[in-house]
Write a protein that binds this ligand. Structure first.
Ligand SMILES: [Zn+2]
Length: 286
């Protein structure tokens, strides 16, 4: 079973509640409904669980966004007009790594949604202020009538394979020793296969074909969809783009298996909540 990080939330997204104002008002008023405890999107965590409170804890001026139902109980996160785009700190990533998988996935949905509202207060068509509708899953412009919906940015992340070896690279921003799959944003007018081939050849000079999809993962920093693929390399002479990568190298299956098992090797593996870890695990298993 392939189970990337930030997937597996138990949320029932309850689309019908987004369109039924009376039913939504009833769950907002229900004392059993839960609100995510967070400050500037740093979640409160107890052990491996997110901490929730009642909706009476909503700050003045904040609006509840409906994440969905868990075991029939409505779960919300708050959006406030003073919210700013969220920052991602090393401390946050450490805290997320301690969360059980389903809570990390619920947090990912909450974070991307709140952050989208913080970045989209104004209409991208006419520039006027917009307001929240559909229980938090849209913003409406009262001036030009445009409706805006939360977006997800697709990113391809991939391994080029050459005679049983995988191409890994490191960006200057990575922690010391870390190598990972190459990655990049899809551009308008590209298929997933085309983006994979373009990114690999741009960053490493390696030409690929036969792109295969492996798995995907929501990445809430702020709102990407990571699409993991494997492709066959036609050459193995690496030509680095120094603006993108500090180094790249070919690693064998044995090396990847050893590093994933925690043994010392030429590189450190990506963290388990990153889909690059999932991708390497799948590839190492052949
Ligand atoms: Zn407008």
């Amino acid at each position: 079973v392939i189970a990337p990080g930030f997937t597996g939330s138990p949320l029932d997204r309850a689309d019908r509640l987004r369109h039924d104002e009376a039913a939504l008002a009833a769950v907002v008023a229900d004392p059993a409904s839960r609100l995510l405890c967070e400050a500037a999107l740093d979640p409160e965590v107890a052990g491996d669980r997110l901490v929730w409170t009642g909706l009476d804890a909503l700050r003045d001026g904040a609006q509840p966004l409906l994440l969905g139902l868990i075991d029939g109980v409505a779960h919300f996160v708050a959006s406030h007009p003073d919210d700013r785009a969220a920052v991602r700190t090393p401390e946050l990533m450490q805290r997320l790594a301690t969360l059980r998988r389903e809570d990390a996935a619920t947090y990912a949905a909450a974070r991307s949604l709140v952050d989208w509202h913080a970045r989209h207060r104004f209409c991208s068509v006419c520039g006027n202020g917009t307001h929240i509708f559909r229980a938090g899953w849209g913003r409406h412009c009262p001036v030009c009538g445009a409706d805006h919906f939360p977006r997800t940015d697709p990113v391809v992340i991939m391994i080029a394979e050459h005679r049983g070896r995988a191409l890994l690279g490191r960006q200057p921003s990575f922690p010391p020793g870390r190598y990972s799959a190459l990655a990049g944003f899809l551009e308008p007018g590209e298929s997933i296969e085309e983006a994979v081939a373009r990114e690999i050849v741009e960053e490493s000079g390696i030409r690929v074909g036969n792109v295969r999809y492996i798995a995907s993962q929501p990445w809430p920093f702020p709102s990407s969809l990571m699409i993991a693929c494997v492709a066959d390399a036609e050459n193995d002479d690496i030509v680095l783009d120094p603006h993108e990568l500090e180094d790249a190298m070919w690693v064998s299956r044995e090396e990847v298996r050893a590093v994933l098992a925690g043994e010392p090797g030429r590189f450190l593996a990506p963290p388990p909540y990153a889909i690059a870890h999932t991708l390497l695990t799948v590839w190492a298993q052949g």
